[in-house]
Design a binder for this molecule. Sequence first.
Ligand code: SF4
Length: 388
Amino acid sequence: MRASLYVHVPVCLKKCDYCDFFSIPLADFPANASREGRFNPFVRAIHREIGARARRFSVSAWNTLYIGGGTPSLLDPTAIYELASPLTPGTEESTIEANPEDITGEWLDACQAAGIGRLSLGMQSLRDETLNAIGRRGSAASNRSALGLVKKRWRGSVSVDFISGLPGQTRESLLADLREALSFNVDHVSLYSLTIGEGTPLEAHIRAGKFAIPGNPSLPDEEEAAAAWISGRDFLENRGYAQYEVSNFAKPGRESRHNETYWRLESYIGVGPGATGTIAKGDEAIRITNRENVERWLNDPENAAEEETIPRESCILESILMGMRMKKGVDRGRFMARYGVDFADLVPKTIRDWTSKGLCVLDGESVALTKEGLLVLNRFLVDCAAEL
Ligand code: SF4
């Protein structure tokens, strides 16, 4: 079978205040006793784990590759080449995430030589005040200089991430950031709404009233943040970046294929500490979860995962939760082929109510939310879950 592949690089130089992804500080990453490169044991362990998972699930080829983190741009050019070059042949899309402040011409060249064709840059903002307020390592200047370097040196496609609702950000400043990023001719933009993760330093700062102190950047309230995000959405759409998922916008043909794997609940394998994977098996699925322990994983990457079977009912719910994120919604034919039932027959009342309000569209091929419907996706999902 074919599947997609996610490689997790679980290391960051410094943790950002809002982040709840699994990663450890570089200073805590197990040091390499030999004289070879610091990340060589990590790269070897990744390949061992990939071999084991591919054998276990009879995966013969990769549809897409995504190297994320953490911070993959901390891997030196040699490590990145050795990690990616055996994996990219035959893939239809290979992406690497990078922190703008890390990238150099040499690093970009190594990614390209390894066959990586898509670069995803975590900008978040182009204002120092905002970047400092959320504990980002980079600055507005390093974000701008990365955009310039990438424009000159990178031949593949480029995605940039921004977050709306950040401290010190206004609707105008968000639009100015997006306008500037688009001037570098990027292909894809992810525009997220800030989520305040439980237990993150950002949550603690908010609770301590840090953003209410005069002189500190203030945190926009929910309404302001939502209005800024909608302005950002409209701005991107008016410039040819079509919304194809709740938070994602692309020029035609530049949508992320890898992420579609997740939204369609198709098979992918995740490797590296803390990574998860899902293998579709008829109307059920196997979920593979790697423990969040770098040292243990490095010692035995082939046996670091736990497997559980996701029963049909949970798969149906997940297929709806993930599929309705996409502008094109849930494909009724695929749904029927997988679960033997039409999605429209599972939640007829919800679909009828939402269609009558102009928030949902049902046709022969799909069930999809409209642009305004996507703004209240969670409410639709609550209605579906209650009716199922
Ligand atoms: S660099 Fe990325 S993964 Fe690392 S702490 Fe910041 S947001 Fe999280």
